[in-house]
Design a protein around this ligand. Structure first.
Ligand code: AMP
Ligand code: MG
Length: 416
């Protein structure tokens, strides 16, 4: 990005725009319907035919002429001759004339002549005839009409829709054993640092467990990408270079750590040596200032900060939108959803960078959204601040709010 000296930081919006400008949708692929949940539909879906395909019964009961039974009461039931049994899946053979009924099950086709179904509860079945005690309220009751769910040509699901169980059901109903969806990006996740040991390995003096690789892999998956977890690289140019080169087959590369200004922070140097085209370095946010983004032989590369919270927050602000753009989500769905909420306690940002505070969001008794950040301490190394967090409170520099004030929040998870 031009117009910034090395000491200046980009705003979050500038940085996000600079990233997204360089991301293209990855194209589409065909997947079995049974694997399509969570994927993004590539083309508009139009109903190919009417559904239900035929008028059918909404109840177990008797298909009748409404005019025959409209006067029926418990005291003076109407007796009809039963001409046929129609279980679901069978095509009726006989039509129902006046004075007649067909015994019909839920989902079965309405026989010709009949216009109404009387619930079995309002009848007494005598085998070859039936007594009707109560007419339904109106002609056509308990009949599901052809095309009342969808009519041929109806617009059903718009391109760009994330497929949930409801969409999967509709796709099945219109005979789509395969669906065309946005391709799911692969995201290489790599961590570097001599202090890191892998989860499960013995931890010596001065060492910490590499928690970023599993956490970033998880957030990548939660954002709809396929993570590729690489082995941890030592703090050496050669190791980092080998690791980055091994990641080049992926759609995105995400590293954490080694990107700051410490003596052993080699990531930027290695990327420069590999000919990466730097797009941005450092964003005015807390946590997450040391963000590096470049294109490495055309592959978007995110150098996230090493601190666990910083890396997760940065991922959600920058990598998530990139994943979603690449996977065919519409622009309105790239960023985390935002809302206004009432803050439950006083809060101040006395720094110069935008704060993303891990928050608990809840709906109060009146249905209003409330936010609290006091469930855990908030340092960028405090991994536990993410526990139970279903949102971020976004505070601008110098912004001070009192309990009950409205703040901006980003929504991360379900709100109870
Ligand atoms: P760095 O940016 O490499 O200086 O790392 C900043 C901080 O994050 C240091 O305290 C590192 O130990 C920590 N850190 C870096 N990478 C990881 C990781 N993969 N898992 C957990 N902590 C990390
Ligand atoms: Mg390091």
């Amino acid at each position: 990005m031009t117009g910034k000296t090395p000491d200046q930081m980009h705003t979050v919006e500038q940085a996000r725009a600079a990233v997204l400008e360089r991301i293209q949708p990855l194209g589409v692929e065909r997947v079995p319907l049974t694997c399509a949940v969570g994927r993004v539909l590539a083309d508009n879906l139009v109903a190919p035919y009417d559904n239900p395909p035929h008028d059918n019964s909404a109840m177990d009961g008797f298909a009748v002429h409404f005019e025959d039974v409209s006067s029926a009461t418990h005291e003076a039931p109407v007796r009809l001759r039963v001409v046929e049994d129609i279980p679901a899946g069978k095509v009726p053979k006989l039509s129902v004339d006046n004075g007649e009924a067909s015994r019909i099950m839920t989902g079965a086709l309405i026989p010709e002549g009949a216009d109404t179904v009387i619930r079995v509860e309002d009848t007494k079945d005598h085998g070859d005839h039936v007594d009707i005690f109560e007419p339904e309220d109106a002609l056509g009751e308990n009949v599901r009409c052809r095309g009342e769910d969808m009519k041929s040509g109806d617009a059903l699901i718009a391109a760009g829709t994330e497929l949930g169980p409801g969409e999967i059901g509709v796709l099945a109903a219109v005979q789509r054993p395969y669906v065309v969806v946005g391709r799911r990006p692969t995201v290489a996740i790599l961590s570097s640092g001599d202090e890191l040991v892998e989860v499960g390995d013995e931890r010596g003096a001065g060492q910490i467990v590499n928690s970023n690789t599993p956490a970033l892999g998880a957030v990548a998956r939660a954002c709809g990408a396929d993570p590729v977890l690489l082995p941890t690289a030592a703090d050496s140019e050669a190791a980092i270079r080998a690791s980055i080169e091994s990641a080049l087959g992926c759609d995105f590369i995400v590293s954490s750590g080694g990107v700051s200004v410490g003596d052993y922070d080699y990531v930027k140097k290695v990327l420069e040596d590999l000919g990466a085209e730097e797009v941005l370095w450092r964003v005015s946010m807390k946590p997450g200032k040391p963000l590096y983004f470049c294109l490495l032989r055309g592959t978007p590369y995110f150098g996230l900060p090493g601190n666990p919270v910083s890396s997760l927050v940065s991922f959600l602000q920058f990598v998530r939108p990139a994943i979603r753009k690449a996977s065919a989500y519409p622009e309105t769905d790239w960023n985390l959803p935002e809302s206004a909420a009432r803050i439950e306690h006083d809060l101040v940002n006395d720094g110069e960078r935008r704060n993303f505070l891990r928050a608990r969001l809840r709906l109060d008794e009146t249905g209003q959204l409330r936010a609290s950040t006091s469930h855990r301490a908030q340092g960028s190394h405090m991994m536990t601040s993410m526990l139970g967090a279903n949102g971020f409170v976004v505070l601008e520099p110098e912004q001070a709010v009192a309990a009950g004030d409205t703040v901006k929040v980003q929504i991360l998870g379900e709100i109870a």
